[in-house]
Design a binder for this molecule. Sequence first.
Ligand SMILES: [Zn+2]
Length: 276
Amino acid sequence: MALTTRIGRIEIIAICDFVPPSAPPIEPFPEVPTEAWEPYRESSLTKDGLYPRNYGVFVLRSDDFTAIVDTGLGPGPHAGQNGAEGMLLQNLAAVDVGVSDVDGVINTHIHPDHVGWNVVDGAPTFSRARYTVSRVDWEHWTTQDEIAPHVRDNAVPLEGLGVLDLVEDDQEIFIGVRTLGTPGHTPGHQSILIESGGEAAVITGDVLHTPAQLQEPGWTFRADIDKAAAVTSRRMLIEKAIEDKLTVAAGHLRYDGNIGHIVEVEGRRYWQVLAD
Ligand SMILES: [Zn+2]
């Protein structure tokens, strides 16, 4: 069963594209010694002490629109290990979302595990959708001397196809859905705020890779480009989530537990998975 919640008029559904094998935590967090994970084993690692990976995607659905936040690793040459293909389209169908039902695709940033299904073989996967991408991230990734394959195949074509909307921070995309600038992981990385009926949630994008980072916001992920900025964004988002009592959805957290709340008990921060 997909984890799901409702923020006012907007339903949030956690699905995934692909769950790769778990990895030793030193791989995603090369600067964190293995023993430093000890206090977080239960909350953040598998029973074998491995880091559980997940390429999660969130569906936003209301009477007014259907959108998806991020599109996973996708099919084709950039897909998972051993040629495993992402399951996004099957998993969308399982929650009754067909590719032509999607009005908007929102990419939190242009990394291969977030744009994989945007465009397949030059055609937009979501035939009716506008695609929303951070202007800063777009300018960063599309002006490199050597354009990365996933940028060339899954991002650049959006412009020529006429389906691209570049957005700034704090810009409304749909009613109740707007960008929140959280740079660092990538230069234009954006989290997505959802506000409806007096309730609010945030889809973190890659600000959060493990519950341990709630207590250890200084732990940086291997792929964080500007590590200092990533830490600043993470601290800001954690404080905001606690202060504003946000529901939090973090695509890289464990598949069956990636919507929840950040709770503070005696000065320590914990991840509390959404109760069924
Ligand atoms: Zn990612």
